[in-house]
Design a protein around this ligand. Structure first.
Ligand code: ZN
Length: 450
């Protein structure tokens, strides 16, 4: 399901994820010897990053970077750079798949099946949606398996064997069947009733769904795959809740999630909206993060919360959705003139156009990728700055950036970072932390006894 990165499904996925994750990194496989390709767990504050009168942020940054084993860095570079190509292959594979469904009459045939089953239009849409989802999932399986399962295992990021992984995919397929089905029924209903202004109303309906999904996801969707529990250990919760109170965040609880069920990555996130908004740490972070690191990450998450990133993103993506629907109306009308008859599409209200909608959506999503990444990365940078100020843990944050470097290239070029990075690179994060430390050295130099 990963390959279908159209902007529309991308936005739905964003809603489903509904989280602003900070720090994901790989965990060493069990106790004992650590493979050389894994980042060091407890980074010693290097000599050049110790507080002193000649503290220099650049030198401190380089000293931190020098702690990363060359093998770990080359593996992370390979994993991350491979992802650049996957953006292209995902797009091309998806486009070929949708064209296949259109050109060989599969889409029209699926529509005809739905029409034979019932005369009731909304039910026809639901049946078509189910056929479409199952067919694209099966035809997209080679890409989904490689990206979601084999590649993650190859790089040591996955913890699941095949059957549990497949079980998770089936659960998400069912969620997509139900929630996507509801969206499809409503959107096609709008298009059929309002053939001239459907794009405005369609955008409005999509925005309402997006807000709804973001709200319900932490309570009704995420728990389908993972166990969420209130974190009880006061040694961990006390500093976090204290940090929350100091920053005016009315949190009574911190949640934990058993992410180690699927992955070795560390992460934490803020999810939900309104009553469902919450901060969650995953168990990999709890097990492997140092207290300073956990505090720096919590500071970052609180930054997302205090800066209203979820509400702001909803507003931002509402504008993107309206632009997308305007482009969709324009391009669908033209495509129907050229290919409508050949692909047996009767008009925009005909469910058989859906592969064309996904084709245009994936093109939009592909071209939009750098802008999407830059938007998210800008938020992440804001949260980084907030987190440093709130937690006052620049060395903890440098450790977190190094953990992240296990799967995100540490030291990209500036153009590369602006196109492909949805979080600041490890190098820039360490540099931000060391610059903060340079300006706050008095916090770290022991005061002489009076
Ligand atoms: Zn973040």
């Amino acid at each position: 399901m990963i390959f279908r990165k159209t902007i529309f499904t991308g936005l739905i996925a964003l809603a489903l994820l509904a989280c602003v994750s900070v720090s994901q990194a790989q965990q060493s496989q069990g106790p004992g010897a650590k493979p050389a390709t894994v980042m060091p767990d407890v980074v010693q504050v290097p000599a050049a990053a110790q507080p002193s009168e000649h503290f220099d942020a650049d030198a401190a940054t380089n000293a931190y970077l020098a702690e990363i084993p060359a093998s770990a860095r080359s593996r992370s570079d390979a994993y991350f750079e491979g992802g650049y190509w996957l953006i292209l292959w995902d797009f091309l594979y998806g486009a070929a798949l949708y064209l296949f469904l259109l050109h060989f009459g599969w889409s029209a045939a699926m529509r005809n099946v739905a029409e034979r089953v019932t005369r009731f239009k909304p039910l026809q849409t639901l049946i078509y949606w189910s056929e479409f989802l199952i067919v694209t999932t099966i035809l997209g399986a080679p890409v989904g398996l490689y990206e979601g399962y084999f590649r993650e295992r190859q790089y040591g990021l996955a913890t699941q064997t095949f059957l549990p992984w497949l079980g998770d995919q089936l659960i998400m397929l069912l969620v997509n069947l139900v929630l996507g089905g509801i969206v499809a029924v409503v959107l096609f209903g709008v298009v059929r009733r309002l053939p001239r202004t459907w794009w405005i109303w369609g955008a409005g309906v999509s925005i309402v769904f997006l807000v709804f999904f973001v709200m319900i996801a932490p309570v009704f969707i995420f728990p389908l795959l993972n166990k969420y529990a209130v974190l009880e250990d006061p040694r961990i919760t006390q500093p976090i809740l204290s940090l929350a109170r100091a920053n005016g965040i009315p949190a009574q609880k911190v949640y934990q999630v058993d992410a180690s069920r699927q992955t070795t990555r560390m992460s934490a996130n803020v999810s939900g909206y309104g009553q469902t908004m919450r901060i969650t740490l995953n168990d990999n972070l709890l097990r492997r993060g140092s207290p300073e690191e956990i505090q720096s990450i919590m500071g970052h998450e609180m930054g997302h919360y205090v800066l209203h990133h979820i509400a702001r993103d909803l507003l931002y993506f509402s504008v993107v959705i309206v632009i997308f629907f305007a482009l969709l109306r324009w391009s669908l009308a033209r495509a129907l003139v050229y290919w409508g008859e050949r692909w047996q599409m009767r008009g925009i209200g005909d469910t058989a156009v859906l592969p064309l909608v996904f084709l245009l959506g994936s093109l939009f999503g592909f071209l939009y990728t750098p802008f999407f990444n830059t938007h998210i990365r800008t938020n992440e940078h804001e949260a980084d700055m907030y987190g440093l100020n709130a937690s006052r843990q620049p060395d903890g944050f440098a450790q977190a950036a190094i953990h992240l470097g296990e799967y995100r290239k540490m030291n990209p070029g500036p153009v590369e970072e602006s196109i492909f990075f949805d979080h600041p690179s490890g190098r820039n994060r360490i540099h931000d932390a060391m610059r903060w430390k340079a300006e706050n050295l008095q916090l770290f130099i022991p005061k002489p006894n009076r």
